[in-house]
Design a protein around this ligand. Structure first.
Ligand code: GAP
Length: 530
């Protein structure tokens, strides 16, 4: 059964070391996360696939890695100082602060409707540059990587002799002082962005906008986020960012959250290059730019066909890596029955679940919202037994569940059935799986088996495929552990391996096993991984 709630995905991400809260030993820092040993592999794989597709597999792209800190004038003329604001309201009752457009006139903390009028809050972080702390010595942490590309437009053009249309791709950190970071990696204050600024002749921008929409949807499908899980939202004129003539938001259907923006594809017109240029009145700009007496450059392109300088239009596909990571994990998540649990065991779990829900319903110490959330979740699980049985673990991890005495009994009934009859599996597209193969010896105290298994791990790892060795449990248990982190192939070295040099390779999705000569493992895996 696929993930029905974000909590299932979050619980797995934390349990298996994909993602940790930042600075957890000091209570964390809201809206900031660290990628753990498996998370960093998955994130790197997503980023390299994006880079490969957009830079190497096209012939019209260059890459860039601009600094996070930039002259603050960049943010003046980009329009961010003036307009990169969210509407903020204060609750007069409990003094909490919220984004006005997220709360529908009622404080989510105390329920009061006594709120201040919305006022703009600029989301750029400031930091001091150099030893003197005065009003001129600060810089912003960039809220988008795009400006590093615009500021280097003339440098890239001069050093690569590119002709329009061409694009510049960049992956890097962005920072936004979100008023209410929430939903795990979905809305955070520090995140990685994958951005393309694609420069085109004015007049061809709309056609390129459509091209990039299709190109991006195809990339998402290729990393396991299918077209039917994404809605394309044509942003209303009134809601467009200050630089945009038209924007398509790709909305992914996240568990719990529903359709939310995963990527924006904007037609930024000639706004940015025009705004950062001097002599703006001579450039024939179409965008309403900010008058710029500070720029040292004209960010134009000489068009030989028409023998004139033009300011290119820009199409910008921009995606956050964290939102992508969460979508990829949500799509891959599956809880599968591997061996049908006996009816009487399921019935015992169902009864324990009913007793738990009854107790929740009667418990007056629980806040109404907590109780309703537990009941809603629990009833959904009860209705979908036995398939939903492994979700009892996430139910018992919800706020308030620890106050229900019979919760322990429910766990005692459910856990052994979940362990024996189900597996959680992340069905990643193999090319982005954090670990490509795991190697096990059939017996951990047999020198020949262990030595061969370790040798195979080393040889595969040397080819660039992340491969791990494990001998800390029975083979069945080791398979489950790898399924849970999405490893597409498990290789077992047994006594036959010592005789004929073959090993068993077990496929994560079909669980089918076949014997492969160890000398052919690399080509076998490469062909399957693609
Ligand atoms: N340069 C264009 C730009 O920055 P955006 O729509 O503000 O556009 C681009 O951001 C993408 O960055 C979004 O589609 C989303 O995937 C991601 N993103 C934006 N704010 C985020 C946040 N606070 N936390 C995580 N990801 C975020």
């Amino acid at each position: 059964m696929p993930a029905t709630t974000l909590e299932q995905v979050v619980a797995l991400a934390k349990r298996r070391g994909f993602v940790f809260p930042s600075s957890e030993i000091y209570g964390g820092l809201q809206g900031v996360f660290d990628y753990g040993p498996l998370g960093v592999e998955l994130k790197n794989n997503i980023q390299s696939d994006w880079w490969r597709t957009n830079v190497y597999e096209r012939d019209d792209m260059e890459g860039l890695d601009a600094a996070i800190l930039m002259n603050r004038l960049v943010w003046k003329y980009s329009g961010h100082e003036e307009t990169f604001n969210d509407p903020l309201v204060d609750c007069r009752n409990c003094k909490s602060r919220w984004r006005a457009d997220h709360i529908k006139g009622k404080c989510p903390n105390c329920g009061s409707t006594d709120l201040t009028e919305p006022r703009p809050f600029n989301m750029m972080f400031k930091t001091q540059v150099g030893p003197v702390a005065d009003s001129d010595s600060f810089a912003y942490l960039r809220p988008e990587t795009a400006q590093g590309i615009f500021a280097n437009f003339a440098n890239v053009l001069a050093t690569t002799s590119r002709k329009l249309p061409f694009g510049v791709a960049q992956i890097g950190k962005g920072f936004r002082n979100e008023i209410n970071p929430r939903n795990f990696l979905f809305r955070v204050r520090e995140f990685d962005m994958m951005e393309i600024e694609y420069f085109v002749m004015p007049g061809t921008d709309e056609q390129w906008h459509e091209h990039w929409l299709e190109a991006r949807l195809s990339w998402w499908a290729g990393i396991g986020v299918p077209r039917d899980q994404i809605q394309v939202y044509d942003v209303f004129k009134a809601d467009l960012a200050h630089y945009s003539k038209r924007t398509y938001d790709l909305m992914y259907n996240y568990p719990t959250l529903g359709y939310q923006e995963i990527e924006g594809i904007a037609n930024r017109t000639d706004f940015d290059l025009g705004s950062h240029s001097r002599d703006q009145d001579k450039l024939g700009l179409t965008a309403k730019v900010i008058p710029n007496p500070d720029s040292l450059a004209r960010l134009t392109y000489f068009d030989q066909a028409s023998n004139r300088h033009v300011v290119p239009f820009v199409v910008e596909p921009s995606a956050g890596v964290g939102r992508c990571f969460l979508a990829v994990m949500s799509e891959a998540y599956d809880e599968q029955i591997v061996k049908a649990p006996p009816a009487e065991k399921v019935e015992a779990v169902a009864q324990a679940l009913q007793a738990f829900l009854k107790s929740v319903g009667r418990n007056e110490k629980l806040a109404a919202e907590t109780r309703d959330a537990l009941l809603e979740r629990g009833e959904a699980i009860a209705a979908a037994l036995p398939e939903a049985l492994p979700q009892i673990e996430t139910l018992l991890a919800m706020p308030g569940a620890d106050q229900i005495e019979v919760g322990k009994k429910l766990r005692g009934q459910a856990q052994p059935v979940a362990d024996e009859h189900f597996r959680t599996v992340l069905r990643f597209v193999p090319k982005i799986a954090p670990v490509k193969a795991a190697v096990f010896p059939l017996k951990r105290n047999h020198e020949g088996l262990v030595g061969t298994a370790k040798g195979i791990r080393k040889a595969l790892q040397k080819t660039g495929m992340r491969t791990v060795y494990d001998d800390t449990g029975a083979i069945g248990r080791l398979y489950r552990r790898q399924d849970e982190i999405g490893t597409p192939f498990c290789i077992t070295v047994d006594f036959q391996s010592l005789e004929d040099g073959t090993v068993t390779v077990r496929d994560r999705d079909s669980m089918a096993q076949e014997r492969v000569a160890s000398g052919e493992l690399e080509s076998y895996l490469r062909e399957k991984i693609g």
